[in-house]
Structures are given as C-alpha cells and as structure tokens.
Design a protein around this ligand. Sequence first.
Ligand SMILES: *Cc1c(COP(=O)(O)O)cnc(C)c1O
Length: 487
Amino acid sequence: MNNTPQKDLTLDPENWDQMRALGHQMIDDLFDYWQSIRDQKIWKPMPDEVKEFLNQPIPEKGQDPQEVYEEFKKNIFQYNKGNVHPRFFAWIQGTGTPMGVLADLLASGMNPNTTIGEHSAMYVDRQVVNWCKEMMNFPAEASGILVSGGSMANITALTVARNSFGEEKIRSRGLKAASAQLVLYCSVETHSCIQKAAEIIGLGTDAVRKIGVNEFYEMNVEDLEIQIQKDKASGLLPFAVVGTSGTVNTGAIDPLDDLLEISRKYGLWFHVDGAYGALAKLDPVYSERLKAIEEADSLAFDLHKWLYVPYEVGCTLIRDAKKHREAFAITPNYLLQESRGLSGGLESINNYGFELSRGFKALKIWMSLKEHGREKYAQMIAQNSRQAEYLASLVESHPNLELMAPVSMSITCFRMVKPGLSENQLRDLNREILLRLQEEGIASPSSTILNGKYTLRVANVNQRTRMGDMDLLVREVIRIGEGIGVS
Ligand SMILES: *Cc1c(COP(=O)(O)O)cnc(C)c1O
C-alpha cells in the first residue's frame, strides 16, 4: 500500500490567470476575424500538411493550452468553410451573429442539460418555443420543441403524424397494426430528409409518392389528388401530405392553400417543411402566400438558416399538443418529476421528442431576438430576397447570362452562355466558373441541375451580404467566364 496522499485530479486549468488571458485572446481573435471578414478570401484549399496534422492518433499526454490554441489557429481557424463571409451563397447556410456566438459561449459555460428540472434554461427554452409559435402565427396551445435542425424537426413531426394515424395504435403495436401500407405525399423537389424520415419511421421509400412539379417547381395539385385517389382505390392508406415552403433547389413554394384543402378533404396530416423558407412569412411580400402554414398540423423550420443563429438549431411545431405528447411521452423511474425542488418545474422536454440530453441552444435565439427584435429580422429576410431579385435583374440584362428558374424567396439560379456551345460545353464552362470563384476566394455559390441543365445556384440567407456583392458576383462570373476557352 502506498500511504502518500494522492493528488486530486481535475480538468480545470492549473493556471486560471493564464486560461482567462487565453479566453480573452480567443474572443479578440474572433472579433478581428468578423470585423475584417469582407476583406478576406472566402475559402482557401487545405494544404496536405494540414490534413496530415489533422489525421494523427489520439494524444496520450496533454500539452499547454496556449500551444493547443496556436495549433487551432494554424490548422483549423484559417481553413474555415466560409459561411460567415458576405459572399457565401452555397447550399442554404446561415451566417451566425456575434451575439449568437457569445450566447453559445454563455450557454456552454452554464452547461445545463435542458431536458428536465427547475432551472432558468427550461423557462428560456419554453419562451423561445412560444416565440417560434408567435412568429409562425401558430395557436398558443400548440406545442413545439427545439431540435438540432430541419432534418430532425421533420422526422419529429412525421413521427407524430404516424403515431396519430387513425385508431391503429401504431406507437405501441408498430406499423403492422395498420391494415395496409401508409402512404406519404411530397413533390420531386422535396428535400431528401423527408424520404430518409419516411424510411426511418418504417414507411419505406416505396411509400413516398413524389408528385411532379409545374414550371415554377411547385407541386402539381391535380396530380396529387389523382395519386391519392388511385392509392385509396388500391387499398393503401394515404396519411400525410408534405408541402415545402422554400424548396432547397429554387426556393419554390408549393401551393400550400390547395395542399391544406386536399389534406382536409381526405383526412390527411398536413405537414410543412419550412426548414429554409417558413421564416419568409415575416416578409410582407410572402406572408399571404404562406398563410396556410398557420393551419398546418405540423411545421418544421430552421433557425440556423434564415434567423442567422449559429449552428445548430431547428424547431418543430405541432398544432395538437396532446398528439405531440402521446407520440413521445414516457416516464422511466430515473426521470420522475416532483412538485418541488430541482426535479420540479416544467414538464420534461423529452416528452416531446427523441433526444434526452439537450444543450441550452435556446439561449442564442433568446438573446438574438431580444437584441434585434422581430421587426429587424423581418427586414433582414426581406433584404435577402430583394438581393436575390436584384441579382436576377442583373442576369436578365446581360446578354451572356441566363436565368434558369424564376426567383422565389432568396435563391437565384443562373448560368453563363456563349453562342454555339452544346449543353455539355455549357455545363463544363459553368462548373469551371464555379470552381474558380471558390478557388480564387471571391464567392461561394453552389450548383444544381434544373431540367437536365447545370446551373449556378445562389442561395442567400446571409446577414452580411450587401447589394454591391451581387454586382461584384456578376462582374466576376463574366470575367472568369470570358477567360475560359471551351474545347
Ligand atoms: C436545409 C433543409 C432541410 C434540412 O435541414 P437541416 O437543418 O440541414 O437538417 C430540410 N428541408 C429543407 C427545405 C431545407 O432547406
């Protein structure tokens, strides 16, 4: 036996003053980064030695915190994705804000597991969900939950839809309780996460009917109704319609009023995937067209996209709170609630979703909405859509540019054209333009294929973009495109 007293171990810093100074330095470096972001390259390729550095075995021994931070700056910080930059337009990715980041720091510092218990984070979480209902004009009695993002928000809603189906008791007996195959309807433009969700909740890919779209990439309502009738006639069980508010390809809005009406007519659950574009409701130009969202049985939307909040956070709203609870509530012995003390307070959030442990992601939304107010967000969202429309006008007034889809919300799809080029040559030309835009660190659009044609895609949920960035983008596309010889 060794009788010398053991030193108690801890992960707190050996030198608090040093760690505090390091923390201040990190904040200063972040502020320098944000304040100069416009003058920096949006993206740069990662050198091989950096990739090599990031492919080492687990460290056995610790090293000095300052040294760890220097390694971060040298190998990680510099090679960021770029969606904090004013000309990031790839996929649909939000910018974040300084206040959102600082809120995340505070949330992480408090580190409450925001699932259960009597403590402030539970009340902030509830308040933010209530604010989400207010933004979407959902009834106050509706329920909701903050989750990691749109994919999780969609599968959460579709799980409630499935478990609420008829008298089948699918939650307890599984899908075999249904007398026939449950069928879900969406469009060919619907985000892939809906199909994944359908696969995971046991419907299977074959039960997802992808209805065709019109020239505006909006679901064909007639085709939807015909398909529902056909499925009913062959003994299947239509159960849910998914409409999209802002498709990921072109920002298209499905005819939500019609989808709502058809859902009611056939007794189907009406879900809206508004991951990207539900928040366009705040823009007066779109609020009428998105009115049916208020009547939906469920809605999924992201706050890390068009509310510009740092990753990750999305929200599910369910009109019928009882159905929501019945789909998920379960109380094991180790999660009993009391009427007093730390286990008192609000109901466990786990009764409304799958995830048990949850971070304090509500705080960044709470602080951001308080910092700017709903009106400012409405203006920001409108600004992005006006920027997209302005870009389209620049495209249409240039003889060598072609608009590839009607502009909806804040997505502009276009390409460069040159006389006499084949479709394949146009694809190669525009792909090369895209890659050089990125590699020269100028701007980051992404690409898609519309009606078989390769197109540049500019999706703007960027709080740092200015109108002038659109002029610059067009100028650079032309400059680069003119310099590319086509073979
Ligand atoms: C982004 C998006 C999703 C997926 O959301 P994540 O937050 O990336 O999980 C789903 N649907 C639409 C329409 C989207 O734009």
